[in-house]
Design a binder for this molecule. Structure first.
Ligand code: GLV
Ligand code: MN
Ligand code: MN
Length: 402
């Protein structure tokens, strides 16, 4: 086997192990078009070109590496290189590295594809910089309106349009890319499992069956900014207190709707001083459930609980993104599970670009066992043996599909 299959970690994961480490949060913070993410794209380009692949970036910032001539009805395999703040090493990069390694294995075995094939790196899958998850696949497929996307801002107030321009893209060209979309015959994404089903099943890999309905909402609270020492406790209009009540309501609403999950993982106080009663607080809600109706019901429940105003503050709820329940192409999933000797099919609570594309074209996913069962955390893990089982499974599936 060529040097591309490493000893120790998968070769690619080894090479990017120091890129984007976050000393404060631990783990990795690799956000769209920031230095670490640029470095990862450069690494991807260099590695793909070493395999003789032709690398191009589409008008939405997704990077494609073509094995042979680009063309219609391609088998496209990939994932993402960006991370959540303080994320693990595997969510995203494992899929990209495994795709490259599977191509390397097929090339070394003299396999010649009978249809076009590309490895694809999606931009901003986690939504960590601009707030909307799977932004690259949403833009590509038209699942997000281009004007809405251009106006998204990061924490520093930089718009997506401005950041795209700095990254060398033409912001006017962001949005549905029919020509690029039309080239994809099948999209396949390998991903570290985000849960513990494969541990319990004693299996290294599985195919995906479905994804929970999920979305993000911005909860905004406004009150009266004032002095922490000079303002009596009675009569304050403190939006942090309103936000605290709301966060407890989020937990109550999710617990009252069996199977639902609701999380506030990010909160921001304006202006954000220890000795300042904030004038405004924003909390971001992530809510998920089996069906669209259940997820919507949880958010409606949370919204209703916010209507009892605390501390004289005003509250508003704005939807920032939404993805209904995804069912992966059942025939394709069954065919791939069979090709892998009858591996299990698993539902997941995590969102993926493959889920966004599933509304437009046949997509499938492969999960690789994560012995910690933890994800979006530095504790996310996969053993080398299981990673190699994932590459072997991709190799088998590419032979089946190409
Ligand atoms: C992505 O990993 C998500 O499910 O938020
Ligand atoms: Mn993730
Ligand atoms: Mn991911």
């Amino acid at each position: 086997m060529p040097d591309l299959i490493a000893h120790g970690l998968l070769a690619g994961l080894d090479e990017i192990a120091d890129t984007g480490r976050d000393r404060r949060a631990a783990g990795y913070s690799r956000h769209l078009w920031e230095p670490a993410e640029h470095e990862l794209r450069a690494w991807f380009t260099e590695r793909a070109e070493r395999l003789g692949l032709a690398v191009e970036t589409d008008r939405n910032g997704n990077t494609w590496a073509w094995w042979g001539e680009p063309g219609a009805d391609a088998v496209v395999v990939g994932s993402h290189l960006d991370s959540v703040p303080g994320g693990g090493a595997y969510d995203g990069p494992l899929g990209v590295v495994s795709a490259l390694d599977a191509v390397a294995r097929l090339q070394a075995a003299g396999f010649v594809p009978s249809r076009p094939c590309a490895v694809l790196v999606f931009a901003e899958e986690e939504g960590s910089r601009f707030g909307v998850a799977c932004l690259g696949s949403r833009l590509l497929s038209g699942a997000i309106d281009a004007d809405t996307a251009r106006a998204l801002t990061d924490r520093a107030g930089i718009t997506l349009a401005e950041a795209a321009k700095t990254a060398g893209l033409n912001p006017a060209h962001l949005g549905r890319d029919q020509a690029a979309l039309d080239r994809i015959g099948i999209f396949l994404e390998l991903h570290v499992e985000q849960g513990r089903r494969l541990i319990d099943l004693g299996e290294p890999v599985a195919v995906a069956s479905s994804i929970l309905a999920h979305g993000r909402w911005r909860l905004s609270f406004t009150g009266q900014g004032n002095h922490a020492g000079a303002t009596p406790m009675t009569g304050r209009r403190d939006p942090m207190v309103a936000a605290a009540h709301a966060i407890v309501a989020v937990q109550k609403a999710a617990l009252a709707n069996p199977g639902a999950r609701a999380t506030v993982g990010r909160i921001e106080a304006i202006p954000g001083g220890t000795n300042v009663i904030p004038s405004a607080v924003t909390a971001w809600l992530d809510a998920r459930a089996d069906t669209d109706d259940q997820a919507r019901a949880v958010v409606a429940d949370i919204t209703a609980r916010l209507q009892a105003p605390h501390s004289g503050c005003a509250a508003t709820v704005v939807e920032e993104s939404w993805t209904g329940t995804v069912t992966f192409d059942p025939e394709l999933a069954a065919r791939l599970a069979l090709a892998l000797g009858g591996v299990p099919a698993l539902a997941t609570g995590a969102g993926h670009d493959a889920g966004v594309l599933a509304a437009r074209l046949p997509t499938a996913m492969l999960f690789v066992r994560n012995p910690t069962g933890i994800s979006h955390s530095p504790e996310e893990f996969a053993t080398l043996a299981d990673c190699l089982a994932g590459v072997e499974a991709l190799d088998t599936l590419l032979r089946e599909l190409l």
